[in-house]
Design a protein around this ligand. Sequence first.
Ligand SMILES: [Fe+2]
Ligand SMILES: [Fe+2]
Length: 396
Amino acid sequence: MKIGIFGGTFNPPHLGHITAAREAFALLGLDRLLLIPAGLPPHKELPAGSPTAAQRLEMTRLAAEATELGDRVEVLDLELRREGRSYTSDTLAALKAQYPEDELWLLMGTDMFLSLQTWHEPERVLSLVNIAAFGRRAADTESSFAVQREYLCRTWPQASIRTLSIPGVVEVSSTELREKLKAGQGSDLLAPAVYGYILREGLYHTGADLKHLPLEQLRPVALSYLKHKRILHVLGTEQEAARLAERYGADVEKARVAALLHDCTKKLSMEEQLALCAKYGIRLDELEQKALKLLHSKTGAAIARDVFGVDDEIYSAIWYHTTGHADMTKLEKIIYLADYIEPSRDFPGVDELRNVCYEDLDKGLLKGLEMTIEEMTAMGNPVHHATVEARDALKG
Ligand SMILES: [Fe+2]
Ligand SMILES: [Fe+2]
C-alpha cells in the first residue's frame, strides 16, 4: 500500500492544504493519506484567539472531509498527544513501525523541503520515507527544487525524492489568512465547514455574534456541524424550504434558518445525544430512548435555540421535522417536507410527492406521512405516535 503523510500546524487548514492533499494523492497514486496536525510547544505563549489542540484537530478533520477522499484520508492526533518536543523523525518511526510493509511518502511544501537538512535527524527521516515536495505557489517550478534535490541526494544517497506540481495550486499564507479572518475576510480560502467552525468557535478574533448571524455566515456554521456527505442534503433542504415558503407565503428567512440547522446534531452518537437531552432537560418516551434518528430533531432544536437564538417557530419546526404531529404550523410542514423532497433525494415516488407538495401543502404532507408510515412498517420499524396522529388529523 502507498501511504501519504502530510503534517503541518494546520492553523488553520485551508484550501492550499486541501488542494495539495487531493492532487498529491492522485499524482502519487496513493491508497491512503494521513493528515497529522503538529503539536505546538506547550510552553509557548499563543496569542489570544489561537485554537487549542482539540480545535486544530477538529478543523483538520473537517478539512480532511473536504478533500473528498472519503475513508482513504485519516487525521491522526499522535503529535498532539505527544508530550515534550515533537520531532517528525519520531512520528515517521512510529508510522513505519505501524506500516512496516508499506511505501510511505512524506508530503511537504516548498519551504519545508528547502530546509530539510536543518530538521532534527534528516538522515533518519530520509531512511524512513520517500519525499514528495510540491510548490505552494504557481511560481514554484521544478527549478525551485532541483538544486536542493541534488544536494540531498548527494549528501544522503538513500534519499528518494519526487517533486510535484499541483494543478490549480491555491496560494495561501496561514499568517495572512489569520489576519484576513480578523478583518472579516478570508472565507474564500477555506472549506466552508472549516470557516464555519472558526466562526462558531470565535477563533482568530472573528468575533461573530452567533445569535444574530446573517444567512451567509449561518450557512457555513451550519455546515461545520455535519458529516461531509450530508452537506448536499442540508443545502438542498434550505433551497427547497425557501421555495415552499415562497409558494405558500411563509417567512422565507425563517424557513432557511430552520432548514440549515435541522440536522445540526445528526452526526452525534447516542451517548452524545443523551448527554444533550440531559443538558437541555429533554424528556424522552420509550421509543425515543432507543431511536437515534428521533433524538437529533430534539437536540438539534435545543442547539438552534441555545446557541443561535432561534425563535419558537423555528425551534418547533426543527423539533418536529422527523415525526410531525397533529396540528402542524405552516413552517413545521415546510421543513418536514423540504427535508423529504429536497433535490438530492432520490427514491421511488419522490417526483410525484414533489408535485403534490406544490399543488397543496396539506395533501403533500399527508402523502409524505403515509409514505413514511408505510416504509417504517415494511421495514418492521415502530412508527412514532406523533406521526400517526399527524396523519389521522389530516385525514379528519
Ligand atoms: Fe433530520
Ligand atoms: Fe434532514
